[in-house]
Ligand binder design. Sequence first.
Ligand SMILES: NC(=O)c1ccc[n+]([C@@H]2O[C@H](COP(=O)([O-])OP(=O)(O)OC[C@H]3O[C@@H](n4cnc5c(N)ncnc54)[C@H](O)[C@@H]3O)[C@@H](O)[C@H]2O)c1
Length: 385
Amino acid sequence: MTGGQQPVSVGIVGGGLMGKEVAVAFARWAALTDHPARPELTHVCDVDPAALAWFERIPSVTSRSTDYHDLLGPDGPEVLYIAVRHDLHERLYVDAIEAGKSLLAEKPFGIDLRSAGAIAAAAQRHPESFVRCSSEMPFFPGAQAAIARVTSGSLGRIIEAHSGFSHSSDLDLRKPINWKRQAKYCGVNGVLNDLGMHALHVPLRLGWQPDRVFAVLQDLVPSRPGPDGDLVTCDTIENATLLCTATDRFGGDGAQPFPLHITTKRIDPGQKNSWSLRVLGMNGGVAFSTRYPKTLRVMSVADGEQVWQEVEMGSQSCFATATGGIFEFGFSDAILQMWASYLAERAGQLGDRFGCVTPEEAVDSHRVFAAALDSWARSEVVQLP
Ligand SMILES: NC(=O)c1ccc[n+]([C@@H]2O[C@H](COP(=O)([O-])OP(=O)(O)OC[C@H]3O[C@@H](n4cnc5c(N)ncnc54)[C@H](O)[C@@H]3O)[C@@H](O)[C@H]2O)c1
């Protein structure tokens, strides 16, 4: 124990974009003013030696390996963060769980619904392995404030809600092909596998389980330059627009269905990496986008008129930090908060704070993705159980 914090050894499998992001989030752990645990990044695994070499800058890393099996034994870390291609999720996640390791698994938690179910079943067979799935954007203070307004019931009967995640870098047709743009690695769900969990985490946590789905899916870019400059097939959907129905239980007007828009877009001109949530009710509304991370927009109804106001958000999220309350919050802060939430819940000390995606929620998100593909293929509304 250091300063009352239980040390927890962590290993990263997949030291690419996200593996590095998580490593640097741990380096800022001291910013958390009151947390039961302290992660120590001890092990890193990547098949690419260049990715492994990057971790030489992290002094706590004592083991670098190209084979993830090296991390699964008793000398390996207690917790694994696995951030690899989607076609590798099932094998690596199930092996980690069966080795008794706790796991923060990157989304989409398996390449498809079957695969997500197999991972969730492994987690159920091994309760000693604490398993959650990554989704950090709801830890932005503006998102937390929006969620609090919804759960307070103050919005009244829900009129409609929108939850989405938008990028735009795919507008650049010169951008080279990568695994995220090839169905055999990313999955046929395409952008839904990339961004869908982000858009569904909050609705699912609010109990807004979609029960009907109508989807419009767009494959906007058929090919991209390969390593030698020749065009290579880019067979994943870029944009997915889902109109669902869900039922609200916070508005105090009985269980009422409402339209829930879920949008995941790799090409949404005007956005770069914007997660957004907008909920409108008969008594009030709330809107937040990470595009404007300091601004929460709230609506109230006065004398029958809609009154929109802005509330400036500061730095504080679920877990208090030493960061000045008026300072800005960003992506790396969200990663820190997500890990704080994961390790607090693992230690049984989450309390009523916002938790990471559960295996059940991850499987539910895949049910929605599968329904969306089915809906688009048949041009029909698909009913979910
Ligand atoms: N939470 C988020 O905001 C977020 C953002 C981006 C990506 N992701 C997810 O993170 C995961 C990884 O995405 P990324 O962008 O970091 O990808 P990446 O391609 O940048 O990194 C993946 C790394 O895995 C390594 N790798 C491949 N096979 C391996 C194996 N068998 N063992 C160990 N390492 C192996 C690669 O060499 C590479 O360094 C995906 O599931 C993706 O959907 C999440």
